[in-house]
Ligand binder design. Structure first.
Ligand SMILES: [Zn+2]
Length: 234
């Protein structure tokens, strides 16, 4: 399924947030059941606000819905370094899994973001999150911890923007935002401290050798480059 969401931004884009209880810990299930639609309100607010800065009115375009939680964990994401074939096989298994979970309504512009909540006590290291442009699916690994909710929305928006066509703007090995594309104000003198993290750069550079990962959406901005990648700027 190939949709061209980023080409016009005129139709309604529905984003289904599907919480997954991804382990057997009681606290995970409890946390997931405590989630409310308002926990995700800032996602649409952020997108609408960011688009406004580029002269685009999206308040009747972006809709974020919180769906009922599910218990079945998806096939795990291949680690970096896996072959392209592994990724293709995984992406097919993922779509099969989504279909099996009766989550395959193929209406236009329905994006499914699975939030995979796990207990910090599970000891499982959280592999990276991912957003698949072709499948309109995102998987977000998240710790089932109340103080982390705002951070989850940062990851959610980041992965969502991948689905819309945005590229990463940080160094995957070090986490450091890449100059200049990972900077909100690449022309600032001096270069740091940067006031905000670019949403696809994930962190703001605060000195020559240190950076700070954004923990909430208000600490980030969506740069002109990202805006043009997702079709907000022609
Ligand atoms: Zn990314």
């Amino acid at each position: 399924m190939q949709l061209s969401i980023a080409e016009d931004w005129s139709g309604v884009v529905t984003i289904k947030v599907i919480p997954v209880i991804a382990d057997d810990h009681l606290n995970t299930a409890k946390f997931v059941r405590s989630l409310r639609p308002k926990d995700f309100d800032e996602v649409s607010r952020y997108l609408v606000q960011s688009a406004k800065g580029y002269g685009l009115e999206l308040s009747n375009v972006i809709q974020v819905d919180l769906e009922a939680p599910i218990n079945s964990a998806p096939p795990s994401i291949p680690q970096a370094g896996n072959s392209r074939l592994d990724l293709i096989i995984w992406s097919l298994r993922l779509r099969w899994w989504a279909w099996n979970n009766q989550l395959s309504d193929h209406q236009d512009y329905h994006i499914r973001l699975f939030m995979l909540y796990q207990s910090p006590a599970s000891g499982v290291s959280l592999s990276h999150s991912t957003g698949l442009r072709n499948g309109l699916i995102g998987l977000i690994n998240a710790r089932a911890l109340r103080p982390n909710k705002r951070f989850h929305n940062v990851v959610l928006v980041h992965e969502l923007l991948h689905i819309f066509g945005a590229t990463d703007k940080y160094d995957i090995a070090t986490g450091r935002p890449i100059y200049p594309q990972g900077y909100v104000l690449p022309n600032a003198k001096p270069y740091w401290p940067q006031p905000h993290a670019e949403i696809m750069g994930r962190a703001r550079q605060i000195s020559a050798d240190s950076f700070e990962v954004a923990e909430r959406l208000s600490q980030t901005r969506l740069s002109e480059l990202t805006a043009s990648e997702i079709g907000w700027l022609k």
